[in-house]
Write a protein that binds this ligand. Structure first.
Ligand code: NAP
Length: 490
């Protein structure tokens, strides 16, 4: 893709806030420079929302709630389905935009358009399947009616690592359920969300149903929104510390919350595993999205009898990676999102090596423009190393040997996180035992990627609350309402 097509695409992306169905300037007088992490250059300068803008977006979401909730589910669903169709037409635009602002290789960005789009299609189908029930009270004197009603105006906060999919995973169920919403993307990657809001407008979304606030002052604009009694729901995807502080704020108004937080996924390889498949799965689970995924395998816990062979094979595969700007043909590893991410990967590897791990490949930042880090493998990682405790969020594969199943489970569960676990074994009974013993919300049994719009995505422990996707996903935006009426025959 030539730079002239990049320029043309960037010119099509809105640079204002989206409030009340209008593209409007911010009242802050400030702007945000959005940069390409592969070059450090500014891609586009966009509006930086103020507290006043946030209040206006909240007013609109509250004013539009009743009419959107009263819009027929079929109509809500068809708008989402129309958005899915438009997204297929604009696939290349969205893929390139994500590569430009986030850094992932273009092929992976196309994959995200596919994955992100599925939430639109899935929830367009769920909009007409919001069920209730009607029954007789046990004593026979009444009739019990149970319905599901939209929870109300919702505030959606998304991270930078999956700019489209994290937005559609929240917007689609909120809108399908009949909730209005305000979305606040990360300041590092706001362009995809702005461009997606334009797509929803083109798909016929009524004015005011969705607002977009891009801001460099997330905390400042979020506090008044969360304090507004008209807001009824917070859905957040991001780091555990920010999630914990938002949960505290949300508690003041007893908001419904969905929190998709950090991970520290174990990837267990047993001695009976198909090693070729385990290595394939490991490459996906670790290096997809440059390792910047909450579901990224963080700790490879491998049986001691095969740990050296596993390390040798993944090292060969890592040496074959091509680092570069994601727009270039053949690139498999793009830049990390910023300097802080490079510094973190550097220090985690240095700490592991200092404590006795062996560095097999990579281990340092790449000199020159952009924020690149070499894909890395470290083996023999020792207990107490930071890399076992912290989310790496980069292309670093760390290997720890285990002795038996009990040791593997103990090591896997030795973390405050519990998002996803991966297990490779041919022993079905062992696989079933591990489904029950691993303290995670999701598990991949002989697969390296679990995400699917039709599946309930989410964690336990400090990885979060609630589920996104699946038939569970829409429930996060619905409230159960119960009504009792007298027996009509009495
Ligand atoms: P982050 O720093 O927590 O930021 C996430 C979002 O919260 C961004 O939009 C950020 O905006 C905003 N934010 C930060 N401080 C805020 C505040 N005080 N008030 C309101 N909003 C605030 O996380 P990140 O670095 O962007 O994303 C990486 C993290 O997300 C990792 O821990 C990863 O595991 C997690 N994640 C989890 C899932 C999941 O489904 N469980 C999926 C993807 C990512 P600004 O950055 O613009 O301030």
């Amino acid at each position: 893709m030539s730079s002239s097509s990049e320029t043309a695409l960037l010119a099509r992306v809105p640079d204002q806030l989206f409030i009340g169905g209008q593209w409007v300037d911010s009242t802050s007088g400030r702007s945000i420079d959005v940069r390409d992490p592969a070059t450090g250059l500014v891609l586009k300068t966009i509006a930086d929302a103020s507290v006043a803008d946030a209040r206006r977006a909240m007013d609109v979401a509250a004013e539009t709630q009743a009419s959107w909730a009263a819009t027929a589910p079929r109509v809500r669903g068809e708008i989402l389905r129309g958005a899915f169709d438009l997204l297929q037409e604009r696939l290349e635009d969205f893929a390139l935009l994500m590569t430009l602002e986030m850094g992932k290789p273009l092929a992976e960005a196309r994959g995200e358009v596919g994955y992100g789009g599925e939430f639109l299609r899935w929830f367009s189908e769920e909009a007409v399947r919001i069920h209730g029930r009607y029954g007789t009270s046990p004593e026979g004197t009444g009739r019990m009616i149970v319905t599901q009603v939209p929870v109300g105006p919702s505030y959606l906060i998304t991270p930078w690592n999956f700019p489209l999919a994290m937005a559609t995973r929240k917007i689609a169920p909120a809108l399908a359920a009949g909730c209005t919403a305000i979305i606040k993307p990360a300041a590092l990657t706001p362009l995809t969300t702005l461009y997606f809001a334009k797509l929803l407008q083109d798909a016929g979304l009524p004015d005011g149903v969705l607002g977009v606030l891009t801001t460099s002052t997330s905390g400042e604009i979020t506090t008044p929104i969360l304090a507004d009694p008209r807001l009824r729901k917070l859905s957040f995807t991001g780091s555990t510390p920010v999630g914990v502080s938002l949960l505290k704020e949300a508690a003041n108004n007893v908001l419904r919350t969905s929190m998709e937080l950090g991970g520290n996924a174990p990837f267990l390889v047993f001695e009976d595993a198909d090693l070729d498949k385990a290595v394939d799965g490991a490459m996906l689970a670790k290096f997809r999205n440059i390792g910047e995924a909450c579901t990224a395998a963080n700790r490879f816990i491998v049986h001691e009898s095969i740990a050296d062979e596993f390390a040798k094979r993944v090292t060969e595969r890592v040496k074959a990676f091509t680092i570069g700007r994601g727009t270039e043909d053949g690139v498999t590893i793009g830049p990390l999102i910023n300097e802080a991410a490079v510094a973190k990967a550097t220090s985690l590897v240095a700490d592991a090596v200092k404590r006795g791990a062996t560095l097999l490949v990579g281990g340092s930042a790449v000199e020159g423009d952009g924020t690149f880090f070499q894909p890395t493998v470290v083996s023999g990682v020792q207990p107490g190393s930071d890399i076992l405790r912290e989310e790496i969020f980069g292309p670093v594969l760390s290997i720890i040997p285990f002795t038996d199943e009990a040791d593997a489970v103990a090591k896997a569960n030795d973390t405050e996180y519990g998002l996803v676990g991966y297990v490779y074994t041919k022993d079905l009974a062992r696989g079933q035992r591990l489904i029950e013993s691993l303290q995670t919300g999701m598990m991949g049994l002989n697969v390296g990627v679990v995400s699917n719009a039709a599946a309930p995505f989410g964690g336990v422990k400090q990885s979060g609350l609630g589920r996104e996707g699946g038939s569970e996903g829409i429930n996060e935006y619905l409230s159960t309402k119960y009504t009792l009426t007298p027996n009509p025959f009495n």
